[in-house]
Design a protein around this ligand. Structure first.
Ligand code: FDP
Length: 423
């Protein structure tokens, strides 16, 4: 159990009843030592919070290769061929439009900083002895990779240091963590710090996924003296339906490092420019193609699926049903990579329930809901096959749900089959 007590409770001698984060055995553990880097984004402005410039480079010295974007015009300033539109600039613009407040902008900036750190760790994993297993298991009994553990600490540190996060819930923690009250803000952040990590040792794409909520009004977390009650409130605060998300996004660590996010006004993508250490706008107002003939499922589970799903699979592979050209299969086995391709090229990604795991494998709070928010903001759909993921009220922090996500037409075709209908 990972749970940080507010200082007031620690002073009352209640700290021994729960494990606090500060007691994590980091001193002798090589992996944990590697992750002791503390993120300190400045919280006064998103510009400052987006992280330091690499030493020796001034922010204004921008390589010629960086293209000017149409956004520069909307900023009402004289445009220059050296002008770039970064995540920081975008956050300021969204703040001016009233789409995010300063606090949320700071949370997003601290997530971006965590992503930069994780990107660097992922890139260097093979040469920094960060591949392989950590030796421990997470609460679900899954083996933890070294990078799972490190990435979780990096993410949690950055969110804590932002001073704008009250509760954080991670795939790697059994229960949500309440950030110490003297240093906390209001936002609730759920995240999977390193999704697809079974791919990591082969150098294949992985990613981080997050969602940001406001605290639910019925359960404020301050002024609670009883640690058990406080934990209960934390869980309640975290467990909100995806339709209440204020922001969701992912960072893909691949041939490039790309953040794709939404604050409820379209989907925007920013690619890390290693020359200047900034996320630069590369994907404006992304719209997922309405149709796309690519399916992305782990077909190894075919014999565990029900008849409706098998019928769907036969349909997409049947040349006669598609003028001689069936759908193509593409499956990395890394949700962020598979979803990113689906978002850009169209198609469908699916992780269904099966005979062994009726609710599939993916977690509602920090996989299905954040990705569904992105899909819907891009004009696509994310469902369990029977209802929209964003409508589901979670009952547990680590609840699993089936997920079918992607182009509107393709998800609706799947739903048609899941409802027992045929073509
Ligand atoms: P991983 O276990 O490697 O972390 O939810 C986790 C996830 O990867 C997804 O990223 C991925 O899409 C899925 O599991 C892969 O599961 P299968 O190996 O069962 O296909």
């Amino acid at each position: 159990m990972a749970f940080v007590l507010p200082r007031s409770l620690q002073q009352q001698g209640l700290a021994g009843q729960v494990r606090t984060n500060s007691t994590a055995p980091s001193a002798v553990h090589p992996v944990r030592q590697a992750s002791k880097q503390v993120c300190v984004p400045a919280v006064s402005s998103p510009a400052a919070a987006n992280g330091p410039q690499p030493s020796g480079r001034a922010a204004s010295v921008v390589p010629k290769a960086v293209a000017m974007t149409p956004e520069s015009k909307t900023l009402g300033r004289r445009s220059s061929k050296y002008e770039i539109f970064t995540l920081t600039t975008w956050l300021l613009r969204e703040e001016q439009k009233g789409n995010v407040d300063g606090e949320l902008a700071t949370v997003i900036a601290s997530i971006a900083l965590a992503c930069k750190q994780i990107s660097s760790l992922v890139n260097r994993a093979g040469i920094s002895n960060l591949t392989g297993l950590d030796g421990g298991e997470n609460f679900s009994g899954e083996d933890q990779k070294k990078l799972d553990v490190v990435s979780n600490e990096v993410f949690a540190n950055c969110l804590r240091s932002s001073g704008r996060t009250g509760v954080i819930a991670s795939e790697e923690e059994e229960v949500p963590i309440a950030v110490e009250e003297s240093y906390s803000g209001n936002y609730i952040v759920v995240f999977d710090p390193l999704d697809g990590s079974s791919n990591i040792d082969a150098g294949i794409s992985v990613g981080s996924i997050w969602g940001v909520y406001e605290p639910s009004e019925e359960c404020p977390i301050d002024a609670i003296d009883d640690p058990d009650k406080m934990m209960e409130q934390c869980v309640l605060n975290v467990c909100q339906p995806g339709k209440d998300l204020k922001c969701s996004g992912y960072c893909l660590y691949s041939s490039s490092t790309t953040i794709v996010l939404t604050v409820g006004h379209g989907v925007w993508g920013f690619t890390l420019d290693p020359a200047i250490g900034e996320f630069v706008l590369t994907h404006r107002d992304v719209k997922i193609p309405e149709k796309g003939k690519i399916y992305s499922f782990n077909e190894g589970n075919y014999n565990l699926w029900n008849d409706d799903l098998r019928a769907y699979m036969e349909h997409v592979k049947d040349p006669a049903a598609h003028n001689g050209k069936p759908y193509s299969a593409r499956y990395i086995g890394s949700l962020v990579g598979d979803f990113h391709r689906t978002l850009l090229y169209g198609g469908i990604y699916g992780y269904p329930g099966d005979k062994k795991n009726p609710n599939g494998k993916l977690r509602l709070l920090y996989e299905c809901a954040p990705m569904s928010f992105l899909a819907e903001q891009a004009g696509g759909k994310g469902t369990t096959g029977k209802r929209p993921c964003l409508e589901i009220m979670p009952e547990k922090v680590h609840q699993r749900e089936p997920l079918f996500i992607g182009s509107k037409h393709e998800v609706e075709l799947l739903e048609h089959f899941v409802a027992g209908k045929r073509m």
